[in-house]
Design a protein around this ligand. Structure first.
Ligand SMILES: C[S@@+](CC[C@H](N)C(=O)[O-])C[C@H]1O[C@@H](n2cnc3c(N)ncnc32)[C@H](O)[C@@H]1O
Length: 178
């Protein structure tokens, strides 16, 4: 199942606010724009060039997205969102203090009842991503990282095949802010 398939199952309402952190090099934004024109979508990434590339790809549709070039560990959330999506950003946060900041930012950024869909390398996943060391998770580990006020609703493993046909095991978790 794709990220969009998982998001469809959430039945987000018209006007929902969605934040894709580390989404600069992802085409999820394209799919979200097609899925519901009333959704308000923000893509945050530390890489300005990834955001530039996405905006060029989307052309005039890029105007419908809020683009934020920021380090998630430095960013201050202001407009609470219905959905926080993160595929393969959290596992880059190797320092415990950065993970604690991420968790605080997520809690602030999510509306009460809001959902976080987060995927990282699993405990069986690679030890590095883009040549950088990663912090790997199982569902309980990710829940412990996010801390209080967040409940785990669902979790599953996914095997991703890279273009060079390596298999990377991802841990997906669905959380809700209480
Ligand atoms: C492995 S890519 C995943 C991209 C996309 N989410 C996907 O699933 O295809 C990780 C992304 O996270 C971004 N990233 C890494 N550390 C970050 C940080 N501290 N704050 C914001 N973005 C970060 C990178 O620039 C990159 O675009």
């Amino acid at each position: 199942m794709s990220a969009l398939d998982h998001i469809r199952k959430l039945h987000l309402p018209d006007g929902a606010r969605i934040l894709d952190v580390g989404g600069g090099s992802s085409v999820l934004v394209d799919a979200l724009l097609r899925e519901n024109t009333s959704w308000s979508i923000t893509v945050l990434d530390i890489s300005q060039s990834a955001l530039d590339h996405a905006q060029t790809r989307l052309g005039s549709l890029a105007k419908r997205v809020t683009w934020v070039a920021a380090d998630i560990t430095q960013w201050i959330a202001n407009d609470p969102v219905d959905l926080w999506h993160d595929r393969a950003l959290l596992h880059f946060l190797a320092d415990a203090s950065d993970r604690a900041t991420y968790a605080n930012t997520l809690r602030t950024a999510l509306k009460p009842g809001g959902i976080a869909l987060i995927a990282s390398f699993s405990l069986n996943g690679p030890e590095k991503c883009s040549n950088l060391p990663v912090h790997r998770y199982d569902a309980q580990g990710m829940l412990a990282t996010l801390g209080s006020g967040i409940i785990l609703k669902d979790h599953w493993l996914m095997h991703h095949h890279t273009p060079s046909d390596k298999v990377q095991e991802f841990q997906f978790c669905l959380f809700q802010r209480v």
